[in-house]
Design a binder for this molecule. Structure first.
Ligand code: NAD
Length: 523
């Protein structure tokens, strides 16, 4: 076996590999040399310098695994590797402690004004009265995003005798309780926390999710820390809040534009800034090298690795059988994550009719989990790691066979139990994917475009009221259908619209006495 180390990694990682393979360290290898020599190797380790392009992957002959000693895999053509059946692994957990410790550093610097006091002493001053600080003990920490890093920060703050509140709609009470934290809604967190620390990925949902409205909800002395990703905090609003002493201080390791040249934030004394060094420690780099070396060892000795980011293609016969359901699973997953309310506790997938006899159905389950989890997690969730990621997050995944097919040859039923609601949808894939049942109501919904789904009491006037409200806001209805079990009881309406429905319109709809709920799903 032969392993190429193409970028500089910690010696410990190299040593780990020496027992099972010939290790060639060539950290100045050029792209041309890489293409010429890659056919000799069973595995390659890179950091961010070496680009493992499609050309490199196609030139490989016996490559089994590409390892990125770090987190992001922008420099690896994962698609090309997947097509060629080569696993791609990374080391997402290698930086968690490092980033959590950096967050603590920023927090202590804010509480005790360390960086600004340091600057003052070095300027020859001795301003003892200017730097009155505050203790952390007895204060409340609010964590937004209780994943790998958020939970490490929680543990460290508990050692400082802080109470921990958490807002993370995708973790369960159980997971939070094990970490000694209490789940609260965002508004409660902003109102009650003395320190707010952000540990969510940057997604359309989290982008600028901390802005003027949130700063106004915070305590006068509250501090906010972002060691996650630039863009989650609206920096203009943060500047105003800090400048006008609406909040106590802020600590930023990340900025929307990096470096933040010319940002007025940098003029403020109540801001602690660091240049995106949250993950920069020798230990994190060492751990990344050791983690990926162990992954390579496993693959080259026939065991299963842990952090696989892709999935080698399956045998052509199985692929042909289950491929028609890929799009349906993706659509059902997209539908479910947009209708979930709060922590997801359980996902049940039931395969019914002819489909129940097909092999490799777990692949379809993985596919739906990938759609549900990807929008909310930083790490890429894929067909290989989907089950493990769900399990780690306390989500029970149940697979079953046999249910009512309502006249179709095959049908897939998915039930998602979240803290705030239970949704059951059933879908079929005949010529195209369709949803045929929503919460027990028969429908016939094409899985594309924007859908408004309302549950309401089946009495005269409600359908008209929904149509009128949409019309008032210039939202055109393309198609409408209703499903009900009995006249006068609860019914469901699915309206296909030409554009998405703003939150404010949904709130207005929910104010109608006979409308129980209204959500928009963009497929
Ligand atoms: P993770 O995937 O383990 O955790 C993210 C958590 O955020 C999950 O628990 C998820 O449920 C939660 N979440 C998602 N959307 C949410 C929302 N809208 N509201 C509340 N919670 C939400 O990720 P991680 O490894 O802990 O990384 C956290 C952040 O730190 C990421 O943004 C990552 O890019 C960043 N990071 C920064 C550095 C640095 O150098 N400063 C280094 C590594 C990671």
């Amino acid at each position: 076996m032969k392993v190429l180390i193409a970028d500089q990694i910690n010696e410990k990682g190299i040593d780990e590999l020496k027992d099972i393979a010939d290790v060639v360290v060539q950290t100045d290898i050029t792209p041309e040399e890489l293409v010429d020599s890659i056919a000799d190797y069973d595995a390659i380790v890179v950091r961010s310098r070496t680009k493992v392009t499609r050309e490199v992957i196609e030139a490989s002959k016996k490559m089994k695994i590409i390892a990125r000693a770090g987190v992001g895999v922008d420099n690896v053509d994962v698609g090309a590797a997947t097509e060629k059946g080569i696993m791609v692994v990374n080391a997402p957990e290698s930086t968690s402690i490092t980033v959590a410790e950096h967050t603590m550093g920023v927090l202590l610097s804010l509480a005790r004004k360390i960086s600004i006091a340091d600057k003052s002493v070095k300027e020859g001053k001795w301003e003892k009265n200017k730097f009155m600080g505050s203790e952390l003990s007895g204060k409340t920490l609010g964590i937004i995003g209780m994943g790998r890093i958020g939970s490490q920060v929680a543990t460290r703050c508990q050692a400082f005798n802080m109470e921990v509140l958490v807002n993370d709609p995708y973790i369960t009470e159980d997971v939070a309780a094990k970490l000694g934290a209490k789940i609260v809604d965002r508004e409660t967190l902003f109102r009650e926390a003395d320190v707010i620390s952000i540990h969510v990925p940057l997604t359309p949902e989290t982008k600028h999710s901390i802005a003027q409205e949130q700063f106004q909800q915070m305590k006068e002395n509250a501090c906010i820390i972002n060691c996650a990703r630039g863009g989650i905090i609206n920096e203009e609003d943060l500047y105003q809040a800090l400048k006008n002493d609406e909040i106590g201080g802020a600590g930023l390791d990340v900025f929307e534009k990096e470096p933040p040249v010319g940002s007025p934030l940098l003029e403020l004394d109540n801001l602690v800034a660091t240049p995106h060094i949250g993950a920069s420690t020798r230990e994190a780099q060492r751990d990344a090298a050791i983690i990926v070396a162990k992954e390579i060892k496993k693959v080259l000795t026939g065991e299963s690795p842990k952090n696989v980011l892709n999935m080698p293609v399956m045998d052509p016969e199985t692929l042909l059988l289950i491929k028609p359901y890929f799009e349906l699973m993706a659509k059902l997953g997209k539908f479910l994550i947009q209708t979930a309310k709060g922590n997801i506790n359980e996902i049940q997938v039931t395969y019914c009719g002819e489909l129940a006899e097909y092999p490799k159905l777990d692949m379809l389950t993985r596919m739906i989990l990938q759609e549900i989890l990807n929008p909310i997690l930083t790490e890429p969730v894929n067909l290989v790691n989907a089950m493990a990621v769900a399990e780690n997050r306390g989500i029970t995944v149940v697979e079953g066979k046999r249910c009512e097919v309502h006249g179709h040859d095959s049908l897939i039923r998915v039930e998602m139990k979240s803290e705030g609601n239970n949704i059951v949808i059933e879908g079929v894939s005949n010529k195209e994917p369709k949803i045929v049942v929503i919460n027990g109501y028969k429908v016939d919904v094409e899985t594309e475009g924007h859908l408004l789904i309302s549950s309401y009491q089946d009495i005269p006037g409600v359908i008209g009221a929904i149509g009128t409200k949409l019309g008032e806001h210039g939202i055109n209805i393309a198609k409408m259908q209703v499903g009900r079990k009995a006249p006068g009881g609860e019914a469901v309406m699915v309206v296909k619209i030409d554009q998405t429905v703003p939150e404010i319109v949904l709130d207005e709809l929910k104010e109608f006495e006979h409308i129980y709920d209204a959500v928009v799903v963009n497929l």
